[in-house]
Design a protein around this ligand. Structure first.
Ligand SMILES: C[S@@+](CC[C@H](N)C(=O)[O-])C[C@H]1O[C@@H](n2cnc3c(N)ncnc32)[C@H](O)[C@@H]1O
Length: 216
């Protein structure tokens, strides 16, 4: 069963997702199905999404949910772990990775506030393994003032991510952009309606090759 079918036939705990996210999830997550992985979702709410991820990724997956509301602890079950804390609290996030290891995938569906999104991203992204995925959803809030957003607003996560595109291309900028971790450890940054997905990768070989025989 694909993730969309699982979602629309869900009879269990409530899952709260925009429908157009499902093809995005499949695109970035499907290669991890039935592999050993640690999947961390920020934002547990009613616990339904954690169960959905467990069904999707299979029995080798460790599903870790993080939420600020203590009541979310009740959504723990075998293979699903919930830790209570603030996604912007580095000490809390550190305790989570000390307990479960660095996640392979992080899905940020937490407060959707710009400063929280950035703090969680800056904490996790450098630590994610090669081929890890960091996906932030509900980024319509990046355009909403009450969440710290706004078009071209410096603190908006969409705006900050636009500058990550320049970092990704820094090697071609003729010195205009200093390469950094985003340059060295990122394979792709994918923008969708309300979602940005970062795929890590060690792109160590950058050469434009001409291979083949010239026509006579
Ligand atoms: C949109 S809901 C999560 C929905 C859930 N992932 C799903 O798909 O069904 C957002 C959750 O983030 C939690 N949250 C809000 N602020 C947070 C923060 N600063 N740190 C961690 N969790 C937070 C809320 O308590 C709420 O349960």
């Amino acid at each position: 069963m694909n993730l969309w079918q699982d979602f629309v036939t869900n009879q269990g705990k409530i899952i709260h997702k925009w429908v157009h996210y499902f093809p995005i999830y499949e695109r970035h997550f499907s290669t991890w199905r039935n592999k050993s992985l640690t999947f961390l979702e920020i934002g547990v709410f009613e616990g339904g999404s954690l169960q959905m991820w467990q069904r999707y990724f299979g029995p080798l997956a460790k599903i870790v949910g993080v939420d600020i509301k203590p009541d979310c602890k009740k959504h723990e079950q075998p293979g699903i772990f919930v830790r209570i804390g603030d996604q912007s609290d580095q000490q809390f996030l550190q305790s989570v990775i000390e307990e479960f290891g660095v996640p392979d995938i992080v899905l940020d569906d937490g407060s959707h506030r710009m400063e929280h999104i950035l703090q969680s991203f800056l904490f996790f992204y450098p630590k994610l393994p090669k081929n890890g995925v960091y996906l932030v959803e509900d980024l319509h809030t990046a355009y909403w003032e009450e969440y710290g957003g706004g078009v071209e607003k410096p603190g908006s996560f969409v705006n900050i991510s636009k500058s990550f595109i320049d970092k990704l291309n820094a090697d071609h900028s003729r010195g205009a952009v200093e390469p950094d971790l985003m340059t060295r450890q990122t394979f792709a940054i994918c923008f969708y309606d309300s979602v940005i997905a970062f795929e890590k990768g060690d792109v160590w070989w950058k050469d434009a090759l001409q291979i083949g025989h010239a026509s006579s």
